[in-house]
Design a protein around this ligand. Structure first.
Ligand SMILES: Nc1nc2c(c(=O)[nH]1)N[C@H]1C(S)=C(S)[C@@H](COP(=O)(O)OP(=O)(O)OC[C@H]3O[C@@H](n4cnc5c(=O)[nH]c(N)nc54)[C@H](O)[C@@H]3O)O[C@H]1N2
Ligand SMILES: Nc1nc2c(c(=O)[nH]1)N[C@H]1C(S)=C(S)[C@@H](COP(=O)(O)OP(=O)(O)OC[C@H]3O[C@@H](n4cnc5c(=O)[nH]c(N)nc54)[C@H](O)[C@@H]3O)O[C@H]1N2
Ligand code: SF4
Ligand SMILES: [Mo]
Length: 735
């Protein structure tokens, strides 16, 4: 059989690396980086090769499964679809539409078909009980973008290739490869800043892999970024450093902002933040003195108690320094497939969740309250769940509560090719094809890429007979749920089925900003793109205001009252000492951690990625470990309000004293999964510790960073007994 060279895009994380995959028939010979890819230029990370492992994994499901008395049994697609749709219909008929809940996990946004067709399915379900990974992730960014820039996806990204002062708060792109900043080969990009004479500054409670490359790293106490940012803005006002042009696109003046920050002098916040006032002032001065600075914050600043306020203040800090829509600052992208014109701008707090009265965002409730909605009796209680490409038992706060709650449901269907910790509760599993058996165009992450490019990858392998893609699963279920339709709607339904993701992509490209104007004869189409196997370079990010704004006023709407009202809560949290003192046993603050060889909860079934020293450890500062007389690798018990886990300690100077860091996505020790390699490297789920009631109260995003925990050293019970015996003997002898 002849060898074939295929050009692809990796869709495992946000970086969209170009791949060259050598195949021979159905066999993969090698996976390498594509040097001609205009965005990634040959870079790949170790996860790219895992695409092969997933595809060839004997644990990966390829046929629908039904739970029976005799365990999981294969079932035909038609029967599976019929069972799922009739169950859903009967539950909705009996208890109302909201009795069916949905949870969409992160891989959906890396999947063109799921993105384009999942929404029809959700419309057909017509339930208020929608949840997704958004509320354990980027929700604050959406909220800020929807208010200030007029669309929840209109989030500017750091122009990393042109900045000369990159201030990073709570992100570790060297491990994550960048988030809401698709930037493959981040190390090279960071080093280029330095070789241009610029600086990289990292503010993080851990001396991370990104900090190691930076010019300066500053430790911060978890959850205090909002105070630091307020103080930096305070300095900008105090020293009259506001950029003259910053109000150019504002719908209103900066009125009120100065009063908002007046109380937050560096001196007042320093001890709480853990950064001295001189350093805070220096940060603000250095930023404003740099030619092309940019401030960027991700998980560590978004997924914490003041995530929304922090994201707002980051945007405000950039804005006051004239760094929104300036080369090297925060820039808007110009993607070839313009999703913004075809999707909801995002709405907030139109209605509230039943049990905890939490606000919806764009039709979704915070996932922190999913278990409550399943457990709490009464009208509107969830009776059935649809899980698609997610694993909330491991990925959402107090995952064990959800795990228990799922046992009481009438029906669960999962769209997933792995039988994971969540899906093990399902009645039916509908497995889509693997990443390598479907075509790909990155609809979402081109919106957030540090360079405008466009690339279409055909499916590497033809999907095997009798398998289905995510979009086909959604389309079939949608059709069954919709039942009889009016002629007009029936025609739309058939058009959707006929077009498929590629047809829809073609329409998006033709109607997109490069569709007619580009120098490619008739403008960009899918056909044109298919002629460019390495992708099309559409150039660096360019200033694009006011055109890029989607607000009604076509101006940036500062929305000061809306966001700054959270200062009251901030003040109470950090400065109101009249409240009851915080619990005395609070010893440590828990934060998260990502590793280049892992991807949330689901890449642990690849031997190549999990081999070596266990990575699910609790990092702890050397001085703290000494206080507790801990040795490296010793088992410790970490406990929070909601649970305890036992795992090895990793003693290091690379973390702030008082903070411990545990990665998420582990804990593959639950019975009934089908993940043979992951089970052998199970680790522990940090989300057995995160508390579902700890949220950013502003919008309901989970606070997964900044959780109070206690730590207990564990010794072998025999050792403990021996210790007591010998002490007793010694005491007797002395007596
Ligand atoms: N403590 C703590 N918890 C966290 C985080 C943290 O930093 N700390 N991070 C949070 C973040 S940012 C995120 S995004 C979430 C992620 O959490 P989730 O989105 O809930 O979980 P994943 O691990 O991404 O889900 C992976 C599942 O999707 C399936 N899958 C993969 N590809 C496909 C596909 O193409 N189609 C379908 N149908 N299924 C597919 C896999 O088989 C796997 O079972 O975790 C969150 N949880
Ligand atoms: N290898 C790998 N890559 C991934 C993923 C993965 O699981 N593995 N997941 C993907 C997903 S879904 C996402 S959302 C992105 C996330 O991308 P990033 O946000 O870059 O990833 P994290 O490693 O979670 O970085 C968060 C940083 O915040 C720090 N931190 C914690 N609390 C605080 C705080 O209160 N203040 C400050 N200033 N810092 C704090 C942590 O120490 C950590 O270094 O990564 C994506 N890429
Ligand atoms: S960084 Fe790694 S996982 Fe992410 S797209 Fe590139 S190769 Fe894939
Ligand atoms: Mo995420």
């Amino acid at each position: 059989m002849t060898k074939k060279t295929n050009y692809q895009t990796c869709n495992l994380c946000e970086a969209m690396c170009g791949l060259v995959i050598e195949t021979q028939g159905e066999k993969i010979l090698s996976i390498k980086g594509d040097k001609e890819d205009p965005l990634s230029k040959g870079y790949i990370c170790p996860k790219a090769t895992a695409l092969q492992d997933i595809h060839e994994d004997p644990d990966r499901l390829t046929k629908p499964l039904e739970r029976t008395k005799h365990g999981w049994q294969p079932i035909s697609w038609d029967d599976a679809f019929d069972r799922v749709s009739s169950k859903i219909k009967s539950i909705q008929k009996r208890y109302g539409n909201d009795a069916v809940g949905t949870y969409l996990g992160n891989p959906n946004v890396h999947n063109m078909g799921a993105l384009l067709y999942g929404r029809h399915f959700l419309q057909a379900l017509n339930t208020k009980n929608m949840y997704s990974a958004t509320s354990v992730d980027q929700l604050p960014h959406h909220l800020v973008a929807s208010k200030l820039f007029g669309h929840m996806l209109n989030i500017p990204v750091p122009d990393i290739d042109h900045t000369d002062y990159f201030l990073i708060l709570g992100a570790n792109p060297v491990a994550s490869n960048g988030s809401i900043m698709s930037s493959p080969n981040i190390k090279k990009r960071l080093k280029s800043i330095q070789s241009r004479g610029g600086k990289v500054i990292v503010i993080d409670p851990r001396y991370t892999e990104t900090a190691e490359l930076a010019d300066k790293h500053i430790f911060i106490k978890p959850g205090t970024d909002a105070l630091l940012l307020l103080a930096m803005i305070h300095v900008i006002f105090e020293s009259n450093l506001i950029d003259d042009n910053c109000t150019k696109y504002l719908s209103n003046e900066l009125d009120g902002i100065q009063e908002d920050v007046i109380n937050y002098s560096p001196e007042r916040v320093a001890s709480i933040v853990g950064i001295d006032s001189v350093s805070i002032r220096r940060l603000a001065y250095e930023f404003s003195e740099a030619k092309k600075p940019v401030c960027y914050g991700r998980m560590g600043t978004s997924v914490q108690s003041f995530g929304t306020l922090s994201q707002y203040l980051i945007t405000l800090f950039n804005l006051l320094n004239g760094r929104i829509d300036s080369v090297g600052g925060m820039m808007f992208t110009n993607p070839a497939a313009d999703l913004l014109s075809h999707t909801s701008k995002g709405h907030f707090d139109r209605y509230r969740s039943r049990v905890r009265n939490l606000p919806e965002f764009n039709g979704e409730f915070p996932v922190s309250t999913l278990a409550d909605e399943i457990l709490e009796p009464g009208d509107g209680k969830i009776k059935a769940m649809v899980f698609a490409g997610g694993n909330p038992v491991l990925s959402t706060p107090n995952g064990n509560k959800l795990d228990e709650a799922l046992k009481g449901l009438e029906f669960i269907v999962a769209i997933d090719f792995y039988l994971n910790e969540t899906n093990r509760h399902a009645d039916i599993i509908l497995p889509p094809v693997s990443q390598l058996e479907r075509e790909h165009y990155d609809l979402i992450f081109n919106l957030f890429a540090v360079r405008n490019t466009a690339k279409y990858s055909p499916a590497l392998f033809k999907a095997q007979k009798g398998t289905k893609q995510d979009w086909e699963i959604y389309q079939s279920l949608t059709e069954l749920l919709q039942g009889k339709l009016k002629v007009k709607d029936k025609i739309m339904q058939q058009i959707n089925r006929h077009l498929g993701p590629a047809g829809q992509l073609d329409l998006l490209l033709r109607t997109g900003p490069h569709g007619q104007k580009l120098n490619l004869k008739k403008g960009l189409t899918l056909k044109e793109l298919k002629r460019l196997p390495h992708g099309l370079d559409l150039g660096a990010l360019k200033p694009s205001l006011p055109h890029a704004l989607r607000t009604k006023s076509k101006r940036i709407e500062l929305s000061r009252d809306f966001f700054m009202k959270d200062l009251l809560r901030l003040e109470k949290e950090f400065f109101d000492f009249s409240e009851e003192p915080k619990k005395a046993e609070r010893q440590f603050t828990l934060i998260g951690r990502r590793h280049i060889r892992s991807n949330n909860s689901w890449m642990h079934n690849s031997h190549r990625l999990v081999k070596g020293k266990p990575r699910c450890t609790a990092m702890m500062n050397t001085a703290d470990a000494q206080c507790l007389s801990l040795k490296n690798d010793q088992l410790i018990e970490v406990s929070s309000n909601v649970g305890s886990i036992v795992l090895p300690v990793e003693i290091t100077d690379k973390i702030l004293s008082g903070v411990i860091s545990i990665p998420h996505g582990w804990g593959h020790n639950k019975k009934g999964t089908r993940l043979s390699i992951a089970e052998k490297n199970a680790g522990q789920s940090v989300n057995a510790l995160t508390d579902e009631t700890m949220i950013d109260k502003f919008c309901g995003t989970a606070a997964l960073n900044g959780i109070p925990v206690t730590v207990k050293a564990l010794t072998n019970t025999d050792d403990i007994e021996k210790d007591t015996e010998s002490t007793q003997q010694l005491m007797n002898a002395e007596a």
